[in-house]
Design a protein around this ligand. Structure first.
Ligand code: MLZ
Length: 462
């Protein structure tokens, strides 16, 4: 069920107006374009923007004030309309024909007031002079900074190691096919092509995703990697006709260093972990293997197949592993192994029964990072179970650095726990800037307290 939000008639501006909800500000998203510049963008700024209220055949501009901000989108009011909001327009600061005050003068463009306000103000020059005294505007290098932040070190034909969606405990070689807004479409090197050359299996993730690594990573840290099946020839696909280039560590985000010393995670220790295949669940789990560089393999208690093929690799600094008791103290329902029930389960008894110990609390990265998200905020978020899809979403809960995301219009069972610094969440308007397709809500939000009828359910890896 893939849709294009714009084609489906979805518009963030009117959607938010109807719900009365706010969008998470761009400054909450550390990896997002212009995050660092966003302190300089606020309600009250004046800009020069294309004048859409004129009968003139050539492009002319007019001064407008930012009256509201939602993610990258600004609601603008042309100078002269004062308290009249009937001509306000939403525009995306990342893409629109909007500029700092003074831009028209420097670039020999005309400033012409909208027809409707032209009549009732006689002397435009002095009107504007008066209005612009002490006004703040966009930083001059706003669009340059935007273009800079959209640059990406990955190109078609770059090889990476990426989680194997058919067996999550191992990685597999993949080749970058497409890059949109820093998100990579990866094709497994032996993924196979269908009869008409179509790709049988692909994987999307942001270049800073914890699921993607430089070539050589698996061997270095001791993670298992699928041997490439040399009988599968991808040669006829454009991504493989390039000279393939191995990615190197410099192209990836540096993880926080962890000291493994003699007091690190050990095999058998218990913890609570986000289920990699059901991201809305935090489960009773065990450390199954300790790799190098701070990586560990985690298994979900009671549902493991037994051959290790469903273990999942997390870094010690990951938000997805939590100390024993975390759910209880934060009022999150803990998913128990089959056969246990909430009325009787206690960690103390479970540890004793299984003769195991809890992983020490201080090994976990649960520091509150003061992220700025609050429940109810809207954003554009990847459905990590179908990571090609960037969807209209709402922050449902904030617990430490964890955010529980809800996909608008979908059942709560699609909700996912993500890190507040996840590279797979974006401000409102990000899709429009990058040209990525946005998945609109599938239907009107259910009235309060009432759930929509069940549609199909996930349970397929990614
Ligand atoms: N094929 C899936 C798509 C789910 C996408 C949900 N995104 C929030 C289904 O219909 O179940």
């Amino acid at each position: 069920f893939v849709q294009d939000a714009t084609l489906a008639g979805f518009d963030w501006g009117s959607y938010l107006e109807k719900s009365g909800l706010l969008a998470a500000p761009v400054s909450c998203f550390r990896h997002a374009p212009l995050c660092a510049q966003w302190d300089d963008i606020y309600v009250g700024l004046k800009v020069e923007v294309l004048n859409t209220h004129t009968a003139l055949p050539s492009k002319v501009y007019w001064i407008a004030t930012v009256v509201q901000l939602t993610g990258y989108k600004a609601l603008l009011r042309y100078e002269g309309f004062d308290d009249d909001d009937s001509h306000d327009l939403w525009c995306n600061l990342g893409t629109a024909d909007v500029h700092p005050i003074g831009w028209c003068a420097v670039n020999s463009k005309l400033l012409v007031p909208p027809q409707e306000v032209h009549q009732h103000i006689k002397d435009w020059k002095s009107y504007l002079m008066e209005r612009l005294v002490g006004a703040h505007t966009l930083p001059v290098d706003f669009h340059v900074k935007m273009a800079d932040s959209l640059r990406c070190p990955f190109r078609q034909g770059v090889r990476v190691e990426v989680v194997d969606r058919s067996q999550v405990s191992r990685t597999r070689l993949g080749v970058v096919d497409t890059v949109i807004g820093g998100r990579l479409r990866l094709l497994y090197e032996d993924g196979g092509l269908g009869p008409s050359g179509e790709v049988l299996s692909d994987f999307w993730c942001h270049m800073q995703s914890p699921l993607v690594h430089p070539v050589g990573w698996s061997e270095r840290v001791g993670h298992s990697i699928k041997k490439t099946d040399v009988n599968v020839n991808m040669g006829s696909h454009p991504a493989f006709r390039k000279v393939l280039q191995n990615s190197v560590p410099d192209q990836f985000k540096k993880l926080r260093t962890v000291y493994m010393g003699n007091k690190f995670f050990e095999e058998g220790m218990k913890l609570e972990a986000v289920d990699p295949l059901n991201l809305g669940n935090i489960c009773v789990a065990s450390i199954r293997k300790v790799l190098l560089d701070g990586y560990i393999m985690v298994g979900i208690d009671g549902v493991e197949i037994g051959d290790g093929s469903d273990w999942f690799c997390y870094h010690a600094s990951s938000h997805a592993i939590l100390p024993v008791g975390y759910c209880e103290s934060n009022n999150i329902p803990l998913t128990l192994p089959p056969g246990y029930d909430h009325a009787t389960f206690t960690w103390a008894q479970y540890l004793e029964e299984s003769g195991t110990v809890a992983a020490p609390q201080r090994l976990f990265n649960t520091d509150d990072v003061g992220h700025g998200f609050t429940p109810g905020m809207k954003l554009e978020a990847v459905d990590l179970m179908e990571p090609r899809l960037v969807c209209v979403a709402t922050v449902r809960r904030c617990v430490g650095r964890l955010l529980l995301l809800h996909f608008d219009g979908w059942e709560p069972e699609f909700d996912q726990w993500v890190d507040c610094q996840s590279p797979e969440i974006y401000p409102v308007g990000w899709c429009e800037i990058t040209g990525y397709q946005l998945q609109p809500p599938i239907g009107p939000e259910p009235p309060q307290g009432q759930e929509r009828l069940n549609t199909s359910k996930k349970a397929k890896p990614f």
